[in-house]
Design a binder for this molecule. Structure first.
Ligand code: NAD
Length: 261
C-alpha cells in the first residue's frame, strides 16, 4: 500500500512546471489526480498520459483560477467525478514584473486573484468534505517572496505574503482536526514562469541564456543552483505523511539559501 492509495489530490495549475511535478509525485504515491491549468488539448493529453503511466486516474478541469464561480465548479465537479478531495495543492500562479508606479491595474488584479484569492476559494469549498471524511492536506505554493521582498514584484510579493498569512489562519482553524495546512516557499525553479525572466534579462543585458541564468541565480540564491519541481514535490509528499501530522501553519522555504541571508 502506498502513502496515498485511495486518496484524491487536486493540484491547481498542474499542466506545467511545479504543479506538474507535484501531480506526478502524488500519483507515484498512489493518489488519483484532479488536474487543472491552461494548455492546448495536446499538452493536456500529454499531462494526463504521464499521470496514467503512474497507475493513477485523472480528471481534468479547465477552471480559470481568477474566477470564483469557475473555482466553485472545479471543486464541485471534482468531488462528484472523483468522490473526494483529500489533498489540495494551491499552485496556480502568474508573475508580472514592473515598478509600482507603472504596474498595470489589471495585472495587479490578476496576480492577486490567481496567486492569493484562488486559495481562499478552493479551501473554503474543499474543507467541509475533508472535515466530513476526517483527513486533509492543504499545501499552498507560496514563494521565497512570501517571506522577503524584491523590487518590481509588488503584486506577487503582496500575494505570496498574503498566502503565508492565509495558511496560518487555516492551520489554526483546523488545528484540532486531522487536516493540516502549510505553505512551501520555493526559490528559483526553472519553469516557464522563470524562463520569461531569464529571457528578459538576456535580452536587456545582451547576455547568453547561461549567463542570464547564472546572474539571476546568484543575485538571490546562494547555492547558484535551481530548485527542482521534484525536490519541491518530495516536501509535499512528506507533508502528506503521518510524520507531518503536527506540522501546521509553517511556511517552509526550499530556496538554496535565499532567505537565510
Ligand atoms: P508555470 O508557469 O510553469 O505554471 C503555472 C501553472 O498555473 C500552469 O499550469 C498554468 O496553466 C496555470 N495557470 C496560470 N494562470 C492560471 C489561471 N488563471 N487559471 C488556472 N491555471 C492557471 O509556473 P511555475 O513556476 O510552475 O509556478 C507554479 C507556482 O509556483 C506559482 O504559484 C508560482 O508563483 C510558484 N513559484 C514559482 C517559482 C519559480 O521559480 N518558478 C518560485 C516560487 C514560487
Amino acid at each position: 500500500m502506498k502513502l496515498l492509495t485511495g486518496k484524491v489530490a487536486l493540484v491547481t495549475g498542474s499542466t506545467s512546471g511545479i504543479g506538474l511535478g507535484m501531480a506526478e509525485a502524488l500519483a507515484d504515491q498512489g493518489a488519483d489526480i484532479v488536474l487543472n491549468g491552461f494548455g492546448d488539448p495536446a499538452t493536456i493529453a500529454q499531462v494526463e498520459k504521464s499521470i496514467h503511466a503512474r497507475g493513477a486516474k485523472t480528471f481534468y478541469h479547465g477552471a480559470d483560477m481568477s474566477k470564483p464561480s469557475e473555482i466553485a465548479a472545479l471543486i464541485k465537479d471534482a468531488e462528484s467525478a472523483m468522490g473526494r478531495i483529500d489533498v489540495l495543492v494551491n499552485n496556480a500562479g502568474i508573475q508580472h514584473v514592473s515598478p509600482v508606479e507603472d504596474f498595470p491595474i489589471d495585472k495587479w488584479d490578476a496576480v492577486i486573484a490567481i496567486n492569493l484569492s484562488s486559495a481562499f476559494h478552493t479551501i473554503r469549498a474543499a474543507l467541509p468534505g475533508m472535515k466530513a471524511r476526517g483527513y486533509g492536506r492543504i499545501i499552498n505554493i507560496a514563494s521565497a517572496h512570501g517571506l522577503v521582498a524584491s523590487v518590481q514584484k509588488i503584486a506577487y510579493v503582496a500575494a505570496k505574503h498574503g498566502l503565508v498569512g492565509l495558511t496560518k489562519v487555516v492551520a489554526l482553524e483546523t488545528a484540532q482536526t486531522p487536516i493540516t495546512c502549510n505553505a512551501i516557499c520555493p526559490g528559483w525553479v526553472l519553469t516557464p514562469l522563470v524562463q520569461k525572466q531569464v529571457d528578459a534579462r538576456a535580452q536587456s543585458h545582451n547576455l547568453s541564456q547561461d549567463e542570464a541564468k547564472r546572474q539571476l541565480l546568484l543575485e538571490k540564491q546562494p547555492s547558484g543552483e535551481f530548485v527542482t519541481p521534484a525536490q519541491l514535490a518530495g516536501l509535499a509528499v512528506f507533508l502528506c505523511s503521518p510524520a507531518a501530522d503536527q506540522v501546521r501553519g509553517v511556511a517552509w522555504n526550499m530556496d538554496g539559501g535565499w532567505v537565510a541571508q
